[in-house]
Design a protein around this ligand. Sequence first.
Ligand SMILES: C[S@@+](CC[C@H](N)C(=O)[O-])C[C@H]1O[C@@H](n2cnc3c(N)ncnc32)[C@H](O)[C@@H]1O
Length: 399
Amino acid sequence: MDVDDLLSEAGRQALAAAGTITDAHRHPLRAAEHLRAQGIAPALAAAALTQAELRRKAVTKFGADAAVMLFTRAGLEQATRAAVATRRARRLAVAGVTSVADLGCGIGADTIAFARAGLRVRAVDADPTTARIAQANAAALGLPADVTHGDAVTTDLTGVDAVFCDPARRTKGGQRVFDPRAYEPPWDFVAALPARVPRTVLKLAPGIDHDLLPEHAEGEWVSIDGDLVEAAAWCGPLAETPRRATLISTATPAVHELTGTGGEQAPVDRPKRFLHDPDAAVIRAHLVAEFAGTIGGTLADPTIAYTYTDEPATTPFARTYEVLEHLPVALKRLRAALRDLDAGPLTILKRGSALDVEELRKSLKLTGGSPATIALTRIGRAPAVLLLRTAAGPAAAAG
Ligand SMILES: C[S@@+](CC[C@H](N)C(=O)[O-])C[C@H]1O[C@@H](n2cnc3c(N)ncnc32)[C@H](O)[C@@H]1O
């Protein structure tokens, strides 16, 4: 697709027409016919329909901005959600950063947030179409940004206060590769950035090994409504704490942060009446001990994140359940116990158990009418099955 065709007057009209396509025309062939009937050239109609589809998908990441932005499919998938990009940009501004280089800017989600926070942005992307889109997106939102097509590796960093780099992760057979050596720009270049510009922020895959974070960097793990979305390394003077978990809730809306060393061990004790299942950001940031400290909780096994309290505790950092019963572990007896409860739709949580959740669900063959929640876990060395009732939490577990 030629981005400039979409930005021409004919392109604008095609985008506007594609945006008004109703459900009745959403079948690709009917939608294309509908646009062609309005005199729009076939190639432009196809490109505009793709954009209309991507804009609809992009609303969850970009809200109302999506309606004026352009995307590539990969660019949208890799783009930072606006809620995260905005927080990052504000944090840089508060830290006194006034200019930033965005290396590998994609369709410009972070570029836009930096510009909105008042930072001067020098953005670069190795893919010409993507770079053109980032440029067009900033312009469509009325934001100044210097976006060019180029290689991050040879981009001049003189004069910028800070660097942001969100490397692409190559995929193998559609699967994201977690090995940082698969990063583009290459990991060696990315890891050396803090030595060149101390105020560097790296956006990394949430599965990143803590050992790969640059020395003395703050590792931040971010979740939105319980979904872990990214990790970031805040380097040099930008590091405020060794580890941080940032939980963004869109419903309230609210943000909750937990900080700590990432190396503490929570006390271990018997399981208690309330089980708290920490948010993935807390677990990945290695802040379970700090979390347990906030509610006076203990673990039943030092390696399992379920945190227990005798008294109910309301916390934004976990989903909380009341433990109603310890059920038998053996399949036949477990099935009998769940049938006695008339259990049907079953939510199965699992930490520290090797059991396959779907296999178990099939083997249990429950046909009752009452929804039930169980946790497969371990208490010390012994496997355990706990019958739970949702007590509280940022979001109730889905059935
Ligand atoms: C994960 S995406 C960035 C997404 C962006 N932060 C956003 O939120 O929209 C990574 C981008 O890096 C670009 N890239 C990969 N290698 C590069 C290089 N050597 N120089 C510049 N850009 C590169 C890719 O084309 C891709 O668009």
